[in-house]
Design a protein around this ligand. Structure first.
Ligand code: SF4
Ligand code: SF4
Ligand code: SF4
Length: 430
């Protein structure tokens, strides 16, 4: 498991003075390094504010609290700077920094003072929204296109009126799962995995979950769906609410730990949620159960490609395949540092897969909030241009929110890599 610098369970985590001193120390190192200037507005604005007044003394403590807040608010937790940084805890360097987690810590301190963006908390109740919206799916989905309603919604919730929002499904994934007949007859004898479906798949795109089950069963892997799982809680971290995040993390660990103790691995078809389960959940809970669940949690393609090495996956593809695919490697996919496993999975179907490693700047709910939209679209421009220009048969991406942003900007509708495989097996949607 990757080591992180701050312990959210330590009393000093929410100490404002300590966090300010830590930001001074970190910003100084970053100012001397500047590798991350290309990543995001946080770094661009940090260096701009430093350069506006730098007197050559190499001391950045002159930055005001307000200027620090700009850097914190512009961080959307993509974690790319953590991957790029040569000074993260595991590198054994004299300087040790963890930029994204310092921003997270600083946001949590701001949240204690209720100093966070308006939409962040409202957008965090994904389970409640999902439960209501799936019941009213046709109506809710129609209101997405009604301009005056979107205007009112922006006023009330902070969700930008101009963003395309993922639609809600009429039937939740768990309902489908409960009524289906498993394709594997000998459930007890098969390798078994526990699904952590995520709220995006549960309420918005159950087809990704169905494809996951279909591909697993086709390869002799039986799927369980442990009850009582909830949203991974990332939207609460985005809102700086560590208590709410912890509540979600505890519920999910409780829901999954028995399956893990019984020998199951946990597979996750969304990159943000997989990242959170592997990294933030053990950090914020600090329990053996949380670490055990994290150790056994895998992105779905990561899991399947690992199995492929031991026991080759079925490559008898009788359904539709594609010669060329453009694959968006989402930030939280890359942040898991597992390599391009979804690309490898799709390549099994014979496709030539071109990877686009650019940011969609959605990152949970950050890019959907009205105050961030313009900046988010600017950051996402290289991705959208690459996808628009791509002359491939298909566009694919693991992150449902990034896929929705791609659809908004380019009109192309990406498939999840597991859906590419399910289709190649000739598996139907139901
Ligand atoms: S986590 Fe992403 S958005 Fe935040 S500072 Fe690092 S690169 Fe920028
Ligand atoms: S986060 Fe690390 S790599 Fe990025 S600018 Fe700071 S010191 Fe350099
Ligand atoms: S991070 Fe995952 S579980 Fe959490 S809100 Fe997003 S999709 Fe849902």
């Amino acid at each position: 498991m990757t080591s992180h610098l701050y312990d959210p369970l330590d009393a000093s985590y929410l100490d404002g003075g300590g966090a300010r001193a830590e930001r001074d120390r970190t910003f100084q190192i970053c100012s001397d390094c500047r590798i991350c200037v290309k990543f995001c507005p946080s770094f661009k604005d940090l260096f701009k504010m430093i350069d506006e007044r730098d007197d050559g003394a190499h001391d950045v403590t002159f930055l005001s609290d307000e200027q620090h807040k700009v850097v914190v608010d512009e961080c959307y937790q993509c974690k790319l700077c953590f991957i790029a940084c040569p000074y993260t805890p595991e590198q054994g360097q004299e300087w040790v920094i963890d930029f994204p987690r310092l921003m997270l810590r600083s946001l949590a301190i701001q949240a204690e003072k209720r100093d966070v963006q308006k939409g962040a908390r409202l957008l965090a109740r994904t389970d409640l929204q999902g439960k209501v919206a799936t019941k009213l799916a046709p109506l809710v989905n129609r209101t997405n296109d009604v301009r005056p309603l979107r205007f009112l919604m922006e006023k009330a919730t902070g969700i930008s009126r101009v963003r395309l929002l993922p639609e809600y499904a009429r039937e939740r994934f768990s309902k489908w799962f409960a009524r289906r007949t498993p394709a594997l007859r000998d459930h007890a004898a098969a390798t078994r995995v526990a699904l952590f479906t995520t709220c995006l798949v549960e309420y918005q795109d159950p087809e990704i979950g169905k494809a996951t089950v279909g591909v697993c069963e086709r390869n002799g892997i039986s799927c369980d769906l442990p009850a009582d799982q909830v949203c991974c809680g990332m939207p609460w971290l985005d809102a700086g609410d560590v208590d709410k995040f912890r509540e979600h993390a505890e519920r999910n660990v409780a829901a999954l730990v028995d399956a893990v103790k019984a020998g199951c691995d946990v597979i996750v078809p969304q990159p943000t949620c997989a990242y959170v389960m592997k990294n933030e959940v053990p950090d914020f809970l600090g329990t053996d159960d949380a670490r055990l669940v994290a150790k056994h949690t895998f992105d779905v393609a990561e899991y399947l490609m690992a199995r492929h090495r031991e026991q080759p996956l079925d490559t008898n593809f009788t359904g539709p395949t594609h010669e060329t695919i453009t694959w968006h490697a989402a930030c939280h996919y890359r942040a898991q540092q597992i390599g391009p496993k979804s690309r490898d999975l799709m390549a099994l179907t014979g496709a030539k897969v071109t990877m686009v490693e650019r940011c969609s700047a959605i990152d949970g709910t950050w890019g959907l909030r009205a105050e961030n939209v313009e900046m988010a679209r600017r950051i996402a421009k290289p991705l959208m241009e690459a996808v628009s220009k791509a002359d491939t048969d298909l566009v694919a991406g693991d992150c449902h929110l990034a896929n929705t942003a791609i659809r908004e900007a380019t009109g192309k509708v990406p498939s999840h890599p597991i859906q590419v495989l399910a289709a190649a097996y000739g598996l139907g949607e139901d």
